[in-house]
Design a protein around this ligand. Structure first.
Ligand code: 13P
Ligand code: SF4
Length: 300
């Protein structure tokens, strides 16, 4: 059955000149069907470079919106339109407008995990992979950063900028506690602890490596260490194990599972490709200003 649906998807993708992109947190069968897997930055860059007519995004809404911002002439499909990012919804355009009005001299760095309407009010976007580079690219000493307070605190610790953080967070990364990490470290003292910068400062202080999801895949390959404690959403364990069959990966907490990242099924992908359901199109009045902040990031 899975083989049949997989064949159907590949056939439809070929017929319709579609490319399938999947985030590193997606379920294994979705990662397997994709043409390209990656972190948010890699997927944004791929979405800006492909010459496919259709980009089918297996991820959450902000990722498909970013593809629409970058490729207005392509059809962007998100097989489940209800796959969102709770953190992205923690700041509205009205919130950001009011905040910048109070701080008119400060540029705004917005995490790519945000709505297109928020990106439209932003100086430059960033991802977990390039946040330090983005912050350092700005001349201003003081910066506003939204929506992730943990990412903002991490960036502040790596630069000499004064960063004012919006009070948003990823519910799953933010819930990881130092106690949970210390328990895993005690059980596996030889393991390297890799943490995503969406984790709380007290957790990041315990980390051997702080990086994006694809950064973790690269480190796991290159490192001499043979075991790792993984401080991010548990979907990443699949590509980590696949690419490093001789190494061992322990989740920092098995509760780090993002329900939105698990919504898309193979049947949803087939339906979306066959009937062009789940189209995401950012309206021009939002897309044009949002494009500037995304392009500025990609150009760095
Ligand atoms: P990455 O950009 O590191 O893949 O992270 C995306 C995300 O949603 C993290 O929760
Ligand atoms: Fe958003 Fe967190 Fe889910 Fe990533 S893991 S999509 S930041 S809620």
């Amino acid at each position: 059955m899975e083989q049949e649906i997989t064949q159907k998807i590949r056939q439809l993708a070929k017929e319709k000149n579609a490319i399938i992109l999947a985030h590193n947190y997606q379920p294994p069968e979705i990662q397997e069907i994709a043409d390209l897997n990656g972190d948010s930055l890699e997927l944004s860059i791929k979405a800006s470079q492909t010459d496919a007519d259709i980009i089918l995004f297996c991820g959450v809404r902000f990722m498909a919106e970013t593809a629409s911002i970058l490729s207005p002439d392509k059809t962007i499909l998100l097989p489940r339109l209800d796959a969102g990012c709770p953190m992205a919804d923690m700041i509205t355009p009205e919130d950001l407008r009011a905040w910048t009005k109070k701080n008119p001299s400060m540029p705004v760095v917005t995490y790519v995990n945000s709505t297109a309407a928020v990106k439209a009010l932003t100086t430059i976007c960033c991802t977990s992979a390039n946040v330090v580079k983005v912050v350092n690219s700005l001349e201003a000493k003081e910066i506003l950063m939204a929506p992730d307070r943990n990412l903002a605190n991490y960036a502040a610790s790596k630069t000499d900028k004064i960063i004012h953080a919006w009070n948003g967070y990823c519910p799953f990364h933010n819930a990881l506690t130092p106690e949970q990490v210390l328990r895993q470290k005690q059980a596996h003292p030889e393991a390297l602890f890799m943490a995503h910068p969406e984790c709380r400062t007290e957790v990041l202080e315990l980390a051997d490596i702080i990086t994006s999801t694809s950064g973790m895949i690269r480190i796991a390959k290159e490192s001499e260490s043979i075991s790792f404690i993984v401080g991010t959403e548990i979907g990443l364990l699949y590509p980590l194990k696949k690419e490093n069959p001789d190494k061992t990966f322990y989740p920092a907490s098995t509760a780090m599972e993002c329900a939105d990242m698990k919504k898309i099924t193979l049947a949803d992908v087939a339906d979306s490709l066959e009937n062009l359901t789940g189209e995401v199109k950012v309206p021009e009045e939002i897309r044009v200003p949002a494009l500037q902040s995304v392009q500025r990031m990609i150009a760095l």
